[in-house]
Write a protein that binds this ligand. Structure first.
Ligand code: RAM
Length: 507
């Protein structure tokens, strides 16, 4: 049974959806370009000529650029050149976040997630003239239109996109931002804006749901930009409304048509719940929420405490352990880092709520685990932490050892330096883990490295032509996808990648 009180509180925080109309800014075409993202870019054909001045016949197609990625609904106003409609009009539409989705539209789909995520439609319209709004919400910058069938020449009187989000306006850049920083900030804010719907979505194209781990990072960027704490609280209440029978907090929930649970659980996300709460408290002072959520946050550690009784787990935790979408990553050390990191935040919450003996117990446990990790998992020769039976070396382990405070200050700086210069190390795949790398640099007092990494990693995305930041980005492997072999399934606007708007404001 869901917690009805929390559901009611979530309801009370339902944001108003802002709407605004956007017209296309140019007619474009796809062009092969080895320097562009995935080998494709859009080239302008006409910047100004109104579409209504032309007419189209069977087999014709065109692509519109709306200037930036938006989330919303498409409205078409159509008429036939002659007023005699012997048969219906049939159109093929593709809504694209990035050029490849249109350029490679006819390739067989080879992804592992449902093909229904791919934003293409065939629509059939009987009456001309008519204005038609497609029922589905799309995330797109480019629209491909193909006239599959028309009884006579077809005119597109008007094509517009009604964008939607809980926020409309970006917050201004800081005066000291360089032009590139302003652009990084803008793309990051756009990414977050597009994901700010009824809840904080992971991505508006896919999966369109609220994930706990994503929310935690979105909450950080929100605090530095839009400051819509109502939506953060709504999201927290929704997650907390659906604990499993043993008390596990879901890794994700659905918001529509009515909130419901996914029965998905991710151990590291669950440990980080305490940090999400503490961060929200620091921003808002909402102690009531802390009190309401404390038992659930504490429960997540209780469920796994036994696995860490010897200081280091002997086997993988029996759950989905995420950390990053990196094939072959051993997640044991990083997960323990998340456990300790979360536990320290839980101790802070306990102290704030005057639960002093709980706080003390959590602090002691975190201290014990930290010492054991250094004793059992630190390789003094390499100067790096290892993970799993095969002593795997990954960036993920080092990042989480710093974040968990297992190593601090000069030791943390040395560790991050060793990590940077280690040749055979497993690197992060998602902006999610890269966000944590920035955070590790920040708390180790390496602000220059933090900014350098931000400019390198997110700056390359801009150079590749992105105006929002994606779910996965590995410069050397542009077609990488966590879901099979079809990059069209990837989400190009994924809020766990909006880090720049947060870290740039921390200088
Ligand atoms: C994917 C989503 C989401 C992430 C999970 C683990 O389905 O992209 O962002 O939190 O995986």
């Amino acid at each position: 049974m869901p917690n009805l009180e929390f559901l009611e509180k979530a309801d009370a925080r339902m944001p108003v959806s802002r709407r605004w109309d956007v017209s296309p800014v140019a007619l474009v075409k796809t062009v092969r370009d080895s320097s562009a993202w995935q080998g494709w870019r859009m080239e302008t054909v006409h910047a100004r000529r109104p579409l209504a001045e032309r007419s189209f016949q069977n087999g014709d197609s065109f692509i519109l650029d709306f200037g930036e990625e938006l989330v919303g609904k498409l409205k078409l106003t159509l008429r036939s050149k002659e007023n005699y409609n012997d048969s219906p009009v049939r159109l093929r539409l593709i809504f694209a976040e990035f050029p490849l989705e249109i350029a490679e539209r006819n390739r067989k789909y080879t992804g592992t997630l449902s093909r229904a995520w791919i934003q293409d439609e065939v629509i059939t319209l009987d009456d001309m003239p008519q204005t038609y709004t497609l029922p589905r919400v799309y995330a797109m910058r480019y629209l491909f239109v193909e006239v599959m069938a028309t009884p006579n020449r077809l005119v597109f009187e008007d094509i517009r996109f009604t964008a939607r989000s809980a926020v409309r306006d970006f917050v201004p850049p800081l005066p000291e931002f360089s032009p590139e920083e302003t652009e990084l900030d803008r793309a990051a804010q756009r990414t977050l804006r597009n994901c700010m719907q009824g809840v904080l979505l992971d991505g508006p194209k896919r999966d369109r749901r609220l994930w706990l781990g994503d929310l935690r990072l979105e909450a950080q960027v929100n605090a530095a930009t839009f400051r819509r704490f109502d939506i953060i609280e709504r999201s927290i209440y929704l997650l907390a409304a659906f604990p499993q029978e043993d008390g596990r907090i879901p890794a994700c929930v659905f918001d529509r048509p009515e909130p419901y649970d996914s029965r998905t659980f991710i151990s590291d996300y669950a440990f980080l719940f305490a940090d999400l709460l503490w961060f929200h408290y620091e921003q808002t002072g909402n102690e009531k929420l802390l009190k309401e959520m404390y038992p659930l946050a504490a429960k997540q550690f209780e469920l796994f405490r036994n696995y860490y009784r010897n200081g280091v787990a002997q086997e993988e935790l029996p759950a989905w352990n995420f950390i990053d979408w990196c094939d072959g990553l051993n997640r044991m050390t990083a997960c323990e880092g998340c456990y300790i990191f979360g536990l320290r935040k839980l101790a802070k919450i306990a102290r704030r709520l005057k639960k002093y003996s709980d706080a003390k117990q959590f602090e002691q446990e975190a201290g014990f685990l930290s010492n054991e990790l250094i004793r059992q998992k630190f390789d003094p020769k390499k100067g790096l932490f290892v993970s799993g039976k095969k002593n795997q070396i990954s960036c993920a382990s080092q990042i989480w050892m710093v974040l968990a405070g297992v190593v601090t200050d000069a030791d943390a700086r040395t560790l991050l330096d060793k990590m940077e210069h280690c040749r055979n190390i497993l690197k992060p795949v998602t902006p999610y883990l890269h966000h944590h790398l920035l955070e590790a640099y920040r708390i180790a007092g390496e602000k220059d490295k933090m900014l350098r990494h931000l400019h390198n990693y997110w700056g390359s995305m801009l150079k590749k032509g992105m105006n929002v930041f994606p779910e996965v980005f590995v410069e050397e492997n542009e077609r990488l996808t966590p879901y099979g072999t079809d990059p069209r399934i990837n989400s190009a606007c994924h809020a766990w990648s909006c880090a720049p708007a947060y870290f740039l404001r921390m200088k």
